[in-house]
Design a protein around this ligand. Structure first.
Ligand SMILES: C[S@@+](CC[C@H](N)C(=O)[O-])C[C@H]1O[C@@H](n2cnc3c(N)ncnc32)[C@H](O)[C@@H]1O
Length: 340
C-alpha cells in the first residue's frame, strides 16, 4: 500500500483488494440484495448490513460515492473555516467509515476518531479497510444504537452521513440533538433527493435552534428560501465507477455523479460563501447563467430597499471581464464570486 497516495486512491485500492476475496457472482448478488433492502420501507428494527457479504457489498458499491459526497461537504466547510482543524471526530451511523476517510482527506493530521453504528459487520469491515490509512488505524469502532438513549463524549466534529433516512422521526431528532450537545461542528449529508433535502433542512433548523450557525452550503443561517415542495437544494460529486459498479449496473461509463444534500454548521465563527452556485451553470455564447443562493441584502444609503435571502439567476457576460472568465470555470456547488 502506498502511504503517500491520496485517500480516495488508497480507499479504492483497499476496496478492490476486499473484492478479490469475493467471487464476482456473490458480490453482485449481495449488491442486488442491498439495493432491494434500501428500496424497502425504512426505518428497520435491525441492521440492514447483517453480515460480511452485506458490508462488503455496501463498501464496494456505495462507499466510494458516500466518501466523495462527504469529502465535498467537508471541503466546503473547511473553506468557510480555514483556521479550524477538528481535534476529534465522531461519525454516527458511520458504517464502513466513509466519513472518517473523508475527514482524513480534508484534514490530514491524525485525530482521535470514533465510529458508532449498530451493525457489527459494518464496523468490523470498516476497521479492516481503515488499516490501509495511517491516520485511521487507531480509530475506535464501537457498537451503538441511535435513539433517545444515545449520548456522545464531547468532540470537535460529528458527522452523520446517509443515516437520517434510515431513522424514525424521533430518532432523527435524537441524533441531531446528541450531535449538537457534543460537538463544535456538525456535518450532515443525505441523498440529493427531495426527501433527503427535507431531512437536511429539518436537521439544519434544529442545529440553528441549538445555537449553531450554518457554514456551508448556505450563505446565511436564515430560513432556506426554497418553498417546500417546489425544489430541493442538492449538489453533485463525480465518482469513478469500479468494475463491480459496471458489473451490477451494466454499461461502460467510467464515472457516475452522486447527488447529495448537506449542511455543515458550527458553534464557532465561520465565514460562509458570499453566495453559492446551486445548479450546474449554463454557458451560452458570451454569457454564463448562474443560479445562486444569496444572503439578505441590507438597505443601503443609495435608497435600495434591501432584499431577503433568495435564489436568483445572475447573468455574467464578457463585459464583466475577469468575473466572466471565473464564471466560465464556476461549477455547481462553488462559492460565488470566487476570490480573484
Ligand atoms: C447508508 S449507511 C451509511 C454509512 C456511512 N455513514 C456512509 O456514509 O457510507 C447507514 C448506516 O447507518 C446505520 N444505522 C441505521 N440505523 C441505525 C441505528 N438506529 N443505530 C445505529 N446505526 C444505524 C447502518 O447500520 C448503516 O451503517
Amino acid at each position: 500500500m502506498n502511504e503517500h497516495a491520496p485517500p480516495s486512491e488508497t480507499l479504492r485500492t483497499a476496496l478492490t483488494a476486499l473484492l478479490d476475496g469475493l467471487p464476482p457472482k456473490q458480490a453482485a448478488g449481495a449488491v442486488e440484495r442491498l439495493i432491494e433492502n434500501y428500496r424497502g420501507t425504512t426505518p428497520t428494527h435491525t441492521p440492514i448490513l447483517r453480515n460480511h457479504a452485506d458490508a462488503t457489498a455496501y463498501a464496494a458499491y456505495r462507499m466510494p460515492a458516500t466518501f466523495e459526497a462527504v469529502h465535498t461537504a467537508l471541503t466546503a466547510f473547511a473553506d468557510a473555516a480555514p483556521d479550524w482543524t477538528p481535534a476529534g471526530h465522531t461519525d454516527i451511523g458511520g458504517g464502513t467509515g466513509a466519513a472518517t476517510w473523508a475527514a482524513a482527506a480534508t484534514w490530514p493530521a491524525p485525530r482521535p476518531t470514533t465510529v458508532l453504528d449498530w451493525s457489527d459487520a459494518a464496523l468490523a469491515l470498516g476497521r479492516e479497510i481503515a488499516a490501509a490509512h495511517p491516520a485511521l488505524r487507531a480509530a475506535h469502532w464501537q457498537r451503538a444504537r441511535i435513539g433517545t438513549a444515545l449520548t456522545l463524549d464531547p468532540t470537535d466534529l460529528v458527522t452523520v452521513s446517509y443515516v437520517l433516512g434510515e431513522l424514525t422521526a424521533a430518532d432523527r431528532t435524537a441524533v441531531v440533538d446528541a450531535a449538537a450537545a457534543a460537538a463544535q461542528a456538525v456535518v450532515i449529508v443525505e441523498p440529493g433527493t427531495p426527501d433527503g433535502y427535507a431531512r437536511v433542512i429539518e436537521a439544519r433548523d434544529r442545529l440553528i435552534q441549538a445555537g449553531f450557525r450554518v457554514a456551508a452550503p448556505c450563505p446565511h443561517s436564515a430560513a432556506c428560501p426554497i418553498v417546500p415542495g417546489t425544489d430541493w437544494c442538492h449538489f453533485s460529486a463525480r465518482v469513478s465507477r469500479s468494475s463491480l459498479h459496471r458489473q451490477v449496473k451494466g454499461g461502460s461509463l467510467a464515472y457516475e455523479d452522486e447527488k447529495f444534500s448537506y449542511v455543515a454548521a458550527a458553534r464557532f465563527p465561520a465565514t460562509p460563501a458570499a453566495a453559492r452556485v446551486v445548479r450546474r451553470p449554463q454557458i451560452r455564447k458570451g454569457q454564463v447563467l448562474l443560479d445562486l443562493c444569496e444572503p439578505a441584502q441590507a438597505p443601503d444609503e443609495s435608497g435600495s430597499p434591501g432584499e431577503p435571502e433568495q435564489l436568483r439567476r445572475r447573468t455574467v457576460t464578457k463585459r464583466h471581464g475577469d468575473l466572466y472568465k471565473a464564471a466560465r470555470d464556476a461549477d455547481w456547488g462553488d462559492p460565488w464570486p470566487p476570490q480573484i
